[in-house]
Design a protein around this ligand. Structure first.
Ligand SMILES: CC(=O)N[C@H]1[C@@H](OP(=O)(O)OP(=O)(O)OC[C@H]2O[C@@H](n3ccc(=O)[nH]c3=O)[C@H](O)[C@@H]2O)O[C@H](CO)[C@@H](O)[C@@H]1O
Ligand SMILES: C=C(OP(=O)(O)O)C(=O)O
Length: 418
């Protein structure tokens, strides 16, 4: 299993281009199931999660034409066969559940393995199922699979018990081909939902309200092909900003946008960083030592849970005490024990972590437990004295494109060990 070796102590400096967003690309690729015409995506990141989803789609008979180096993928679902997503592939990636809505809408049936729990929490999909049932589908969960069937989905008024990002995306896609109008209340407002809606509208869908908590979708008979550029990855952007901030560095990120990152940028400025955002670039200059900043995760536009671990890492070496509250996932502090191995002072009490900044961290061997936990260990390793070895970095490969190359371009001493 690959490991990452980081020799800490370098101030990051230089320029890096941000990749397309994993969490936008995954639902967008699933949207291609809704049409018999070819859909082309550009700015597709080269990530393991994308590879997994393309395998699931290809397994159903979708023609996949990928130029990984160019970042383009063309999907032709005119040859769609059995609408089945098997456990062997689904188990490695929760977002596979995003094929459910489009398959039921297009084929009138689907059999999709339950994604199962993961390191950060139980993550059920009851809201996805409840929404499809409200649209007239018969849904059974048997032998670990969600079986859904309906001659044609019917528009309905849907209300999710909590804000769910992939739940909103699944139901929005399903509603595009339903008979009549669907209203999703308490919808997720994440920018990735808006990116998906924009692509669906370009395919002929009739959607209004994406980006607000009420989305209206008037079903149409069919959708057509289009070409869509995937939005920049706001979490990758935030992660590099945190890495530079913790290292006392100065970096410029290109191919990105600050407009989805207000909550994160605000906190970095509170921590003492100078940040200048231009059209598609963000520059950050860090102070010699950061000031501790408290954060509380919440659905967009508030502070994202996917940046919580990275902020825990920067607070480990900041001046003062930070309180970090995780309100989205019940078990998303797995990185804390690993950060403690590097010398961090962190106390956990339920969904709250109290981080007392220390003067420095020391390199050690640590284990990555999930995607963003791994990112926090990379940040800590970059500032720790001596060598840090991060084990199980397959988690990082799910969501960070060419991480070592990008960090090396910023001057970091980082190497992958096979
Ligand atoms: C591929 C993708 O876009 N992943 C993101 C998406 O995950 P994902 O869409 O899976 O996360 P949700 O927004 O659905 O989860 C929010 C909360 O709702 C709960 N819940 C959700 C659905 C459901 O049917 N029942 C239920 O109880 C979850 O367990 C969690 O506690 O949003 C999360 C929250 O911003 C991010 O951390 C993930 O990076
Ligand atoms: C939790 C994440 O992803 P996923 O929902 O795909 O597990 C993430 O991107 O941080």
């Amino acid at each position: 299993m690959d490991k990452l070796l980081i020799e800490g102590g370098v101030r990051l400096s230089g320029e890096v281009a941000v990749s397309g967003a994993k969490n936008a690309a995954l639902p967008l690729l699933c949207a291609a199931l809704l049409t018999r015409e070819a859909v082309t995506f550009t700015n597709v990141p080269q990530l393991n999660d994308i590879g997994t989803l393309l395998k699931i789609l290809a397994g159903m008979g979708v023609k996949v034409d990928r130029d990984a180096a160019a970042g383009t993928v063309t999907l032709d679902a005119s040859t769609l066969g059995e609408p089945v997503a098997p456990y062997e592939l689904v188990k490695t990636m929760r977002a596979s559940i995003l094929v459910l809505g489009p398959l039921v809408a297009r084929c009138g049936e689907a059999r999709v393995s339950l994604p199962g729990g993961c390191a950060i929490g139980a993550r059920p999909v009851d809201q996805h199922i409840k929404g499809l049932q409200a649209m007239g589908a018969e849904v059974r969960v048997e032998h670990g699979y969600v079986h859904a069937q309906v001659p044609r989905l019917k528009g309905a008024r849907l209300f999710t018990d909590m804000v769910t990002v992939t739940g909103t995306e699944n139901l929005m896609m399903a509603a595009c081909l339903a008979d009549g109008e669907t209203v999703i209340e308490n919808a997720a407002r994440e920018p990735e939902v808006v990116d998906l809606a924009n692509c669906l509208v370009a395919m002929g869908a009739r959607i209004t309200g994406a980006g607000t908590d009420v989305i209206r979708i008037r079903g149409v008979e069919r959708l057509s092909g289009t070409t869509h550029r995937i939005m920049p990855d706001r979490i990758e952007t935030g992660t590099y900003l945190c890495a530079a901030a913790a290292s006392g560095g100065e970096i410029r990120l290109t191919n990105t946008s600050s407009c989805y990152l207000d909550a994160v940028i605000d906190k970095l400025m509170d921590a003492g960083c100078e940040i200048v955002a231009e059209r598609d670039t963000i520059r950050l200059k860090a102070p010699a030592r950061l000031t501790a900043v408290s954060v509380r995760t919440s659905p967009y536009p508030a502070f994202p849970t996917d940046m919580q671990a990275q902020f825990m890492a920067i607070n480990c070496v900041a001046e003062g005490t930070a309180v970090i509250r995780e309100t989205i996932f019940e078990n998303r502090f797995m990185h804390a024990v690993e950060l403690q191995r590097l010398g961090a002072d962190i106390r956990i009490d339920g969904n709250t972590a109290v981080v007392q900044g220390v003067a420095g961290l020391q390199g050690a061997t640590v284990m990555a437990t999930d995607l963003r936990a791994s990112a926090s260990l990379v940040i800590a390793g970059l500032v720790a004295e001596g060598e840090t070895v991060i084990e199980r970095i397959y988690h990082l490969d799910r969501g960070y494109e060419r991480l070592e190359d990008k960090l090396a371009a910023l001057g970091a001493r980082v190497r992958r060990l096979a």
